[in-house]
Design a protein around this ligand. Structure first.
Ligand code: ADP
Length: 362
């Protein structure tokens, strides 16, 4: 039977006692704490699945304790439900949830409602754990692929070349062509593995998504780095003033770079690329849109292209089908969304939405 351990934190003894009793009767194991320090100590020692955290504690306020839990890698996945009396102001509830709590319960509560609520949060927690485990499995898989496959591929490439040098005087045209096919295949596979590795690193490295990014500066860096490619395609790139958003600058640079290089790559053969990057406010978020005049694609594929290795156009366009999956991963990790609109022959517009940085705390 799975352990169901709850840490019940309240400095008010009668309230804490009553809650623990209800939980124990429902079959939970319950630990109790009366202060912020004790909460962190017991949570670190016993790893409860869920913490019921009173907002007013003698040594710290519950919001701060919750922030400490979230910033502690050992505890950050623990479900935290704040609990306080009905006299609480709505803005405190908002602050508690914004500061990292999973829920906010207001007392008095019917015992059956308390139990059902705790069970519902634990169900969510189990689903999250399962997802995390499966992601971890995927990361390990990608890591193994990159390391174990790179080595034999390198050997294939080296020995194919050595072999053809060795046989050079005897090689006829078909043999040269076959050698070329082998080497092209190897190069493509090396690129796929490299891109897959880059994608799996993003998954592993969750922390880089935090911070504040000035998209104007980020775009300028991308334009500078891609100046040669832009010039080679005869492209004209225009843009609005871009905002500051939540997110890591290095990661968002990858998003803009991937979108821009696609806009250059999927161009019409006879029309020089015209690309415009616009910014529009949407509530407390920004929508950045990159519009091109390229070959476009059928709108029914607009979700599929964000999936790993999905490509709509043929081998005449170099690529591995990883770029947009990377963009999606970065934007969603930063709490945003990415989507595309297009139709064949009429260009494409890629939009991504990201929250603006927090400015106020109560
Ligand atoms: P790659 O470009 O390496 O194939 P991406 O993940 O960047 O991989 O893009 C996935 C697919 O989406 C591309 O293969 C292409 O078919 C389509 N696509 C992406 N950007 C555009 C664009 N600006 N115009 C038309 N099609 C695009």
């Amino acid at each position: 039977m799975e352990q169901r351990l709850i840490l019940n934190v309240d400095d008010y003894l009668p309230g804490r006692y009553a809650r623990s009793k209800i939980l124990r009767q429902a079959g939970f194991s319950v630990l109790e704490a009366q202060s912020g320090d004790e909460t962190i100590r017991l949570a670190t020692l016993h790893k409860p699945q869920l913490i019921l955290l009173d907002v007013n504690l003698p040594d710290a306020n519950g919001f701060e304790v919750c922030k400490q839990i979230r910033s502690n890698p050992e505890l950050s996945a623990t479900t935290v439900l704040h609990i306080s009396a009905s006299s609480i102001m709505p803005q405190h509830q908002v602050y508690g949830l914004d500061s990292g709590a999973d829920g906010y319960l207001v007392e008095p509560m019917e015992p059956s409602v308390l139990i059902a609520t705790v069970n519902a949060y634990l169900r969510m927690r189990r689903a999250e754990d399962a997802l995390r485990r499966s992601n971890q499995g995927l990361e390990e898989f990608a890591f193994v692929i990159s390391h174990d496959l790179q080595e034999p591929l390198r050997n294939i490439s080296i020995y194919t070349e050595l072999l053809s040098n060795h046989l050079e005087p005897y090689l006829d045209e078909p043999s040269r062509l076959y050698q070329h096919y082998v080497l092209t295949g190897v190069t493509r596979m090396q690129k796929l593995i490299k891109d897959l590795l880059q994608f799996s690193r993003l998954i592993q490295d969750g922390s880089e998504g935090s911070g504040i990014a000035n998209l104007g500066t980020v775009l300028e860096q991308v334009l500078e780095a891609m100046a040669n490619a832009i010039e080679a395609e005869g492209a004209v790139v225009t843009y609005d003033p871009l905002p500051v958003v939540k997110g890591g600058e290095n990661l968002l640079e990858q998003v803009i770079r991937n979108l821009l290089s696609n806009a250059l790559k999927y161009r019409k053969p006879d029309d020089p690329p015209r690309i415009h990057i616009a910014a529009k406010r949407a509530g407390r978020s920004w929508i950045i849109s990159m519009q091109d005049n390229g070959i476009g694609f059928e709108s029914k594929f607009s979700d599929r292209i964000f999936t790993l290795f999905q490509r709509l156009h043929g081998q005449e366009y170099a690529g591995t089908g990883v770029g947009l999956a990377i963009c999606k991963r970065i934007v969603e990790h930063g709490g945003g969304r990415i989507w595309a609109e297009s139709s064949p022959g009429n260009g494409s517009t890629f939009h991504f939405m990201l929250p603006e940085p927090d400015t106020s705390e109560p």
